[in-house]
Ligand binder design. Structure first.
Ligand code: SF4
Length: 267
């Protein structure tokens, strides 16, 4: 949760050059961090930082333990700055994921600025629910890639994400902002049998047709699932995903299908 003092500081300093912001002790609710990997930012070696806390409740979420507010641990930004500094020679950039990283705007902005000042890239992995945060970061040139989840057709957002119908409009606003910026826009959908299927992919592909790349991801009934009843659900097959990929490909230039069996395949 962002405290009132943080909001006041954020308001005071959000328009000032980042280098002039006062050096003070900021904290973040942290899930974990890991470095370096070549998995989370394809083609790059990147450190990943998971922020704790999310405003969505996707039934198939595999990060359930860091979804509730107050989950994770309180971590000083200096600890993360040190971790980034220790790895700076190895990495091309840092992936900020979660949870939902835009819920902790000050921490996300400060860490992104730290990375950019060291000439490394920033990827923000977001559910798109806070376009105003994304907009401020994009305006400051703090984001090189937006990896945006379009989880279902807009009308199905409440069913799939446990949010209000207004959430989808926010996500589409984030999509528009990213597409209108210099950042690379990656869009992703997790295919879940009986929950997210062909109609959703058709709708998403039309809405996000101008994105740089679209990935269909295979739901896996494993890990830290938010809805434990999905543990018995079968994952979509490679064939089913390729068929859905072909639907997306009618509208989009670059479509990839990610499966456990075959890794990433482009159509
Ligand atoms: S999958 Fe859904 S609930 Fe889980 S972190 Fe992402 S947006 Fe939040």
């Amino acid at each position: 949760m962002i405290c009132r003092a943080s909001v006041v500081w954020g308001t005071l300093f959000c328009n000032a050059p980042i280098s002039t912001w006062p050096r003070m002790r900021w904290n973040v609710r942290l899930g974990d961090y890991l470095s370096p990997t070549t998995v989370d930012w394809p083609g790059k070696c990147a450190m990943i930082i998971w922020f704790a806390g999310c405003n969505f409740r996707c039934r198939y979420c595999q990060n359930a333990s860091i979804v509730p507010p107050g989950s994770g641990r309180e971590c000083a930004l200096d600890e993360l700055r040190s971790a980034i500094k220790d790895n700076i020679v190895w990495i091309d950039g840092v992936v900020f994921s979660g949870g939902e990283p835009t819920l902790q705007e000050e921490a996300l902005t400060r860490l992104s600025a730290y990375v950019k000042e060291r000439k490394r890239g920033v990827l923000v992995d977001t559910n798109g629910s806070r376009p105003e945060v994304l907009e401020r970061m994009l305006e400051r040139g703090l984001v090189d890639q937006v990896s945006l989840d379009l989880k279902a057709a807009p009308e199905k957002y409440p069913q799939v994400t446990g949010t209000s119908p207004a959430a989808a409009a926010k996500v589409l606003e984030s999509l528009k902002l990213s597409l209108g910026s210099k950042a690379v826009t990656e869009v992703r959908t997790t295919v879940v049998p009986g929950l997210v299927g062909a109609k959703d992919i058709e709708s998403i592909a039309r809405l996000a047709k101008d994105c740089d790349v679209y990935y269909l991801q295979q739901f896996r009934p494993e890990g830290d699932l938010l809805d434990k009843s999905l543990a018995s659900l079968r994952p979509p097959t490679h064939r089913e995903l390729m068929r859905l990929g072909a639907i997306a490909k009618r509208h989009m230039a670059k479509v990839g299908v990610k499966t456990r069996e075959f890794g990433v395949q482009y159509l």
